[in-house]
Design a protein around this ligand. Structure first.
Ligand code: 26Y
Length: 820
């Protein structure tokens, strides 16, 4: 049953009232943005009631709570998603129509809350959606960055970063909670004092700078169950306003610095994806939100429980990669220094409360902090890590007497650095990878020593995505069609999609399926025309690669292949070639020079190819500016081909691959990350797999023997493509792409030329692309393939992933909020 406030007349009245109340305007006078605000306030009203109701239910039922600790939450827009989850989307759409308003335009007014980089941040957002939908009590804990992921503009083919001032007009879906503010301390020193009563040392932190952490809560609605959970993101404020008081105390400098710290700490999200930069401010951000979140969790627990030693029965902290790993030491500190427990008791609780998810094996993404920096910024926390390390080394020596190699490889503190992954593994009771292959690589390669010492901790949780956003909201045509065929249960039980398999040979159903795909391609074509000024033909194959730009993801392989195709069409104008549109979307980290050059290359190739009349529009290349959650929804819905072409072993899981599959796009990919499981579900005949295996890659990496020069010298077509990077074909400046060229061939490129095996996989990729073309030409075969991808995507819902986390790691209790 739909909420009374969403009944059309009621809703329209409320929107009008909000416009009047907020802006002193009539609906006719209000801007679209103001109407967005007014609509959101109406929706928020309903949500607040459910929020209160959920809170009450939790208080009564006292369930175990998971705190999902993450530096990143890539939420995307909330309005449409909330309407879907509240079951009010259709009703509201019609009500707005009656007011002469288009719901899409209203939704477009909302800024994307982009408090994350890519996969890891979006995964956190999908998890929150699933937790609420599955009736689990959960908090997301993060940072309220003033500026989220930068906005990308393309100027003259180059990426230019613009600030993302998402709070400019005020964000309607957040609630400031000053009454829950906490203090966080940085710097200073630790004084040791003998406590004669307890007969032990007391550690007193002094001379620190303090910052006030003020929480802002965002509601996370479950699907049709009245559950509203909370994403709690922390803002920083100065403890006291600047005052002369401190000046008098001769503390003027410290007072100014303390205020500065509060101003800078949450200023901006670091735009590095899978690359550690070692910036002091980032460690401050980590400790800031971790300390505040733990203090809040403990305070909440103590409100209704008096035995802190049973904390683990009601609380679990899941650490999204190592970024919040300082939590284990901070929890130890709070339990010992604030709650008065001894080391052993505190350790026992901590190691029952903390669990760690690993999202990468690439060494450049592993967090290591210099001892000097760490101990200066967090002196007491560092002491505790030293003690954890000391005790762990004793354990290693006990288990492997005389084996100093082990100590060297496994220590938490070594070579002047604090290794956060080691800390997370030692203190966590669970260590999980994010796809089957990834977890196997962790166990057998990267974390082998730890796996051998504590195998019981290791487990796999293959990632998933929420179908509420990426099908119900992003692809309404397909969503309605699916519901028409199999009923609406797929919205909360995606395994239902397998019922669509019976339509795999049903011509009428296949035709309907492909007509929807075509309409979605028209929608994307319109978007591209409006935003990029490029005309694309929805009859062509939409071949799409959207994800962060990174060498290991091999956008370069894709664009080099485009050049190769271009050369072929030019050389053989008569050849049979099915028209293709290659679509890219990717942000490069602002400091990642080579990644930015690859964006420039894609745009330069687009310029040449799109303007070459001699190829009759058979090839088009489009770079979609500012790829983000909101346009992603449109892009996935319109894809014919999903490019998942990372160097095998490098992509931990991938989640874009799942979004494409759900929307009926076959995967063109390597046997990497979750692609392996996608192929297993859909069958090899419904995917296009190519390239070296992860074993082959790892073997080359360990034993050498890979020689891109040989390929260059023996394959004239590849050589031609590479020569075109430096002979003026795509830029009159022949030095423009020299670095890219060198990265593939120059022996001085570290650790070796063509580190990502682009030339090694090129032929295999081109051949797979040929198979794509052949398959696409056979309309019926393609339609069946596309439909089967949707039908077999049930495993990849984040609902399944979350249920596995609950069963194997968190052990949460289901909560009932909605009375029937
Ligand atoms: C240390 C630091 C600067 C850093 C910041 C962000 C390191 C890593 C990241 C982000 C990593 C990330 O997004 N990893 C991706 O996680 C996804 C969800 O598990 C995976 O699907 C994807 O393969 C992986 O690259």
């Amino acid at each position: 049953m739909i909420d009374k406030q969403f009944e059309k007349e009621e809703f329209k009245k409320s929107v009008k009232e909000n416009v009047k109340f907020l802006y002193r305007k009539t609906l006719e006078e209000a801007t679209q943005e103001q109407i967005f605000q007014a609509v959101s306030y109406t929706v928020k009203d309903v949500i607040i009631d459910n929020w209160l109701k959920s809170q009450k239910a939790y208080e009564k039922q006292d369930p175990k709570i998971v705190y999902y600790m993450s530096m990143e939450f890539l939420m995307g827009r909330a309005l449409g998603n909330n309407l879907i989850n509240l079951g009010a989307y259709g009703e509201v759409k019609e009500a707005l129509e009656e007011l002469g308003l288009d719901i899409n335009c209203i939704e477009d007014q909302e800024p994307d809350p982009a408090l994350g980089n890519g996969g890891l941040g979006r995964l956190a957002a999908c998890f929150l959606d699933s937790l609420a939908t599955l009736n689990y009590c959960a908090y997301g804990c993060g940072i309220r960055y003033r500026y989220g992921m930068f906005k990308q503009e393309i100027r003259d083919g180059y990426q230019v970063e613009a600030p993302d001032n998402w709070l400019k007009n005020g964000y309607p879906f957040e609630l400031r909670r000053p009454e829950y503010a906490k203090e966080v301390h940085f710097g200073g020193y630790v004084r040791v004092e003998w406590d004669p009563v307890k007969n032990e040392n007391k550690f007193i932190h002094e001379g620190y700078q303090a910052v006030k952490a003020v929480p802002y809560d965002m509601p996370i609605t479950g699907y049709n169950n009245d559950v509203v959970n909370t994403l709690r993101i922390w803002d920083a404020e100065p403890i006291v306003d600047f005052n002369l008081d401190s000046f008098d105390k001769g503390d003027y400098h410290n007072a100014v610095e303390q205020e500065n710290l509060a101003r800078t700490i949450v200023e901006v999200l670091y735009p590095n994806d899978n690359h550690m930069a070692g910036k002091e401010l980032r460690l401050k951000q980590q400790y800031f939100f971790v300390s505040a979140s733990l203090q809040a969790a403990i305070a909440k627990y103590k409100k209704t429980h008096d035995d802190i030693t049973k904390l683990h029965e009601k609380v679990v902290f899941q650490m999204n990669d190592t970024h919040p790993t300082v939590a284990v030491a901070e929890l130890m500190r709070l339990l010992m220094d604030q709650e008065g427990l001894g080391w052993d008791q505190a350790w026992d609780i901590t190691t029952k409360c903390c669990a760690y998810t690993n999202h990468t094996i690439m060494s450049e993404a592993l967090e290591k902090w210099p001892i000097e920096l760490f101990s200066r910024l967090l002196p007491r926390v560092y002491q505790i890590i030293e003690e954890i390390n000391r005790r762990f080394i004793l354990e290693i020596q006990q288990k492997y007497p005389g084996n100093f190699e082990k100590v060297k490889k496994m220590a938490i503190i070594y070579d002047g650095q604090v290794k956060m992954a080691h800390l997370a593994i030692v203190a966590g009771y669970s260590v999980n990878g994010v796809a089957r292959l990834h977890t196997e690589i962790l166990k057998n390669q990267e974390l082998k020593d730890f796996y051998e010492m504590m195998p019981e901790k290791f487990n796999n949780k293959t990632n998933g995505i929420t179908q509420r956003r990426f099908l119900a909201h992003g692809n309404p045509l397909l969503a309605d069609w699916v519901t028409d065929k199999i009923g609406p249960d797929w919205i909360t039980d995606l395994s239902q999609l397998s019922k669509l398999k019976v339509y795999a040979d049903d011509e009428k159903a296949l035709q309907e399926f492909m007509t929807i795909k075509f309409k979605n391609k028209e929608r994307l074509a319109k978007y591209i025309l409006e935003h990029n000024g490029v005309e694309v033909d929805p009859h062509s194959i939409f071949d799409i690669q959207v994800k962060r730009l990174h060498e290991y993801k091999r956008q370069l392989l894709n664009i080099l292949h485009v050049i190769y195709l271009y050369n072929q069409i030019k050389a053989h104008p008569e050849m049979d070639f099915y028209p293709r549109t290659f679509i890219f979307g990717a942000k490069a980290s602002a400091a990642y020079a080579r990644a930015k050059k690859i964006i420039k290359l894609i745009n330069c190739v687009a310029d040449v190819v799109n303007n070459d009349a001699s190829i009759n529009g058979k090839l088009k290349v489009v770079f979609i500016e500012n790829y983000r959650v909101s346009n992603a929804e449109i892009i996935f819905a319109a894809a014919d081909v999903s490019e998942q072409i990372s160097t095998a072993s490098k992509e931990a899981s991938g989640t874009g691959n799942m979004k494409f599959m759900l929307n009926g796009a076959p995967t063109l990919g390597t046997m990497d990350g979750a692609n392996v499981e996608i192929v297993q579900e859909v069958g090899e005949e419904n995917a296009f797999i190519f390239g070296m295996s992860s074993d082959q890659i790892i073997n080359y990496e360990n034993n050498g023997g890979y020689d891109p020069d040989f390929i260059y010298n023996t394959d004239p077509e590849i050589r031609q493509v590479l020569m075109q990077l430096i002979n003026g074909t795509f830029s009159s400046d022949t030095e423009m792409f020299r670095d890219i060229y060198n990265s593939l061939l120059d022996k001085r490129n570290m650790p070796r030329p063509d580190q990502y095996f682009i030339l090694g996989d090129f032929r295999s990729y081109a051949e797979a692309q040929k198979r794509v073309e052949e398959a696409y030409k056979d309309e019926k075969r393609w339609a069946k393939m596309a439909l089967l991808n949707t039908a077999c995507s049930g495993k990849f819902t984040s609902d399944r992933t979350i249920q596995e986390y609950v069963d194997d790691i968190w052990h949460l209790d289901k909560v009932i909020v909605k009375e029937n």
